[in-house]
Design a protein around this ligand. Structure first.
Ligand code: ARG
Length: 328
């Protein structure tokens, strides 16, 4: 009897873990905040756990769609592997035998180009995650480097299988495509030239007459409009071109993802981060074609696995190393 309950409990936990707010299955945690989801409710008694599951799905009805990091405090790896295999069998691909990830490879350490023995290669922790997803499917893997603002269109057009490009899961995007659990969390920053350090103290210094840069189609464009509405917004296709404009005095500041900004600060003496920029959809999700629940559930299960077994942390570490080497 005891065994029956523990199996039931374990399978419920796996189900809820692979959901994490992205699919119809209610998330086990009612937290939509950054606070890590507590697993203690599931670990308490069977009865309490069953009823707290019901209660939390009600409590989280409004926020259930906000992706969070998967709760990996209590993962049964063998059961998760079995579930990944089951889910993999249901996945259909745009091109048989090949998983195609769409990205905009201008965003170290997420995705960027390096020269590997003279050969151009796209690397980064998003690419490593895409490769892990392809490996779990047992198919070939291809990275398609396209402009950031066309990735979600290509996804819904069915020309790529996944969009992995440091996508922040905003309500607008979640209406257009399906977004996975978070696989990474990070914030937003405003960058300036070091030479201007004395001129500014914060966002309020960027009023009329100032110009700020952001990538076309990114949430940074929205941040610029919200946080510095008087400043002129300069939208550019790629992050390196925004950095160039900043370095050459064409714009006064740039909205950049914090970890990306930190990478530039490490290698470019003339740049600095002025301040953090508040944003409520922190972190990155994988984008899946709207309504493709088979793919979404599978991707969520793989994300749960790589977060739980430490692979994701390794991908991030490796990407950070590669990006400093590439720039240095
Ligand atoms: N996190 C931001 C967004 O979702 C920026 C992502 C930019 N990604 C890229 N590969 N350039 O809009």
């Amino acid at each position: 009897m005891k065994k029956f309950w523990s199996i039931l409990l374990a399978s419920m936990m796996i189900l809820s873990m692979t959901a994490c707010g992205g699919s119809e299955t209610p998330a086990s945690s009612s937290s939509s905040e950054a606070a890590p989801a507590s697993s203690s409710e599931a670990a308490s008694s069977e009865a309490a756990s069953a009823s707290s599951e019901a209660a939390s799905s009600e409590a989280s009805a409004e926020t259930a769609d906000v992706p969070t990091m998967p709760d990996v405090s209590n993962v049964d790896m063998a059961a998760l592997d079995a579930q990944i295999d089951e889910l993999a069998a249901k996945v259909t691909l745009a091109n048989e035998g090949k998983l195609v990830m769409g990205t905009s490879a201008d965003f170290a350490p997420y995705e960027f180009h390096i020269l590997d023995n003279g050969v151009d290669k796209i690397v980064g922790f998003d690419v490593a995650l895409g490769q892990a997803i392809a490996d779990e499917l047992g198919v070939e893997f291809e990275v398609k480097d396209i402009s950031f603002d066309s990735i979600l269109m290509e996804l819904n057009a069915g020309t790529i299988d996944l969009g992995i490009a440091g996508f922040s899961p905003t309500p607008e995007r979640m209406a257009a495509v399906d977004m996975s659990c978070l696989y990474y969390t990070g914030g937003q920053s405003l960058m300036i030239r070091k030479a201007d350090a004395d001129k500014y103290t914060g966002l309020s210094d960027f009023g009329a007459g100032k110009s700020v840069g952001a990538q076309t189609g990114s949430i940074q464009e929205g941040l610029a409009k919200e946080q510095t509405p008087e400043a002129a917004l300069v939208s550019l296709q790629t992050v390196p071109s925004i950095i160039m404009e900043l370095k050459s005095n064409k714009i006064d500041a740039a909205y950049i993802e914090t970890v990306v900004a930190e990478g530039y600060v490490k290698t470019q003496d003339d740049l600095m981060i002025l301040c953090e920029v508040p944003f409520d959809a922190e972190g990155s999700s994988v984008a899946v074609k709207k309504g493709n629940t088979e793919m979404l559930d599978f991707v969520n299960a793989v994300i749960t696995k790589v977060v739980a077994n430490g692979d994701m942390a390794k991908f991030v570490e490796e990407a950070n190393e590669l990006s400093t080497q590439a720039a240095g």
